[in-house]
Write a protein that binds this ligand. Structure first.
Ligand code: PEP
Ligand code: MN
Length: 349
């Protein structure tokens, strides 16, 4: 931290700050400029240290220098993290991936049709919600454990790893049993106990950005997972709330580009929730890739008109196929070609 002294400070006040720094186990280095004097506080600086120093006599302001998030920061870990999933899928490291499937698992035929469709189009991960965080308690809430089993079965049948949202601490064990990746949804980004419990499973976790969360809050939330000795974290920008009502959310692609710079973690984008409109998903997918996204999460439903949740933003398997083709061409042009998808499982399986 940098402690900026007031123009009218006294030498005794500088000494008092220096003494307090020593008390905190920090090193103080006074620097006298032409107009102002500052003190560099070096060492393991905590928020409480900054708060105390900022209240001392003669102190004008305290400026933080290093990032408050440590495990997810590039400062401490310059190399890209690559999260490894079953079937040889790797997320991060310059080869984008597709995570695709329905918003919610509605039944065996639906999830199988979706799984086959996204597999054919070249998806790397099958998504599907079993426990749904719906705004209204009267809306479809997901099929719970039955859905998890169907998701696992569909993933195994087509040969894709699966991801599902873990809605509460109550669901962590069962989600970890059936799913390869635990998704923490936007509404739960700051459910710190859930983040810790998901982290403890050791399973890869995908952490969506909260709809009103700053980038710093998002990265601090990621620390709750990583501090459980779990480095397998993927971040997902899914749109934030702004004054704009013409679209469901504002997909913040600044965040994708910035977080790629601030953090070593893979960052993917979810243009389905980010826009709420199926016809915006394709252009915003391309924009997200151009911004540096390590992958796309796309809602795909065999029959979007009859979907029990998020039909308006869901693509048909054919439309997803077109999106995937265009995205692969863009990946080549950006010198970030998509990762090879898992091979097909032997037919008859
Ligand atoms: C979802 O992925 O279906 C979902 C509910 O996402 P979010 O948490 O981003 O709203
Ligand atoms: Mn959804």
């Amino acid at each position: 931290m940098i402690v900026v002294m007031r123009p009218d400070h006294t030498p005794e006040q500088v000494q008092a700050v220096m003494d307090r720094l020593v008390m905190f186990g920090l090193q103080g280095q006074p620097i006298r400029g032409v107009e102002r004097e500052v003190i560099a506080g070096l060492g393991q600086v905590m928020q409480e240290h900054r708060d105390e120093i900022s209240m001392m006599a003669g102190v004008d302001e305290v400026i933080r220098v290093s990032k408050p998030y440590k495990l997810s920061s590039r400062e401490t870990h310059p190399k890209d993290t690559i999260v490894e999933l079953p079937h040889g899928v790797k997320v991060g490291g310059g080869h984008p991936v597709f995570m695709a499937g329905p918003c919610a698992i509605e039944g065996e035929d639906q999830i199988l049709a979706a799984a086959r469709g996204v597999k054919k189009a070249g998806a790397h991960v099958l998504r599907g919600g079993a426990f749904k965080p719906r705004t209204s308690p009267y809306s479809f809430q997901g099929l719970g454990l039955d859905a998890l089993k169907l998701l696992r079965q569909a993933g195994d049948e087509v040969g894709l790893p699966v991801i599902t949202e873990c809605l509460s601490v109550r669901d962590v064990d069962v989600c970890a049993e059936y799913s390869d990746v635990l998704q923490i949804g936007a509404r739960n980004m700051q459910n710190f106990v859930l983040l810790q419990e998901a982290g403890k499973t050791g399973k890869p976790v995908l952490l969506k950005r909260g709809m009103s969360a700053t980038i710093e809050e998002w990265l601090l939330a990621s620390e709750y997972v990583m501090s459980q000795n779990n480095p397998n974290l993927i971040l997902c920008e899914r749109g934030i709330r702004t004054f704009e009502t013409a679209i469901r959310n504002t997909l913040d692609l600044n965040a994708v580009a910035l977080v790629k710079r601030l953090s070593h973690l893979p960052v993917i984008a979810d243009p389905s929730h980010g826009t709420g409109k199926w016809y915006l998903v394709r252009p915003m997918s391309m924009a997200a890739l151009a911004a540096g996204a390590d992958g796309l999460m796309i809602e795909v439903h065999p029959n979007p008109d009859h979907a029990l949740s998020d039909g308006a933003q869901s693509l048909t398997p054919n439309n997803f196929g077109d999106l995937a083709n265009e995205a692969r061409r863009l990946g080549e042009a950006l010198s970030r070609p998509f990762a090879e998808p898992p091979a097909s499982v032997a037919s008859g399986a």
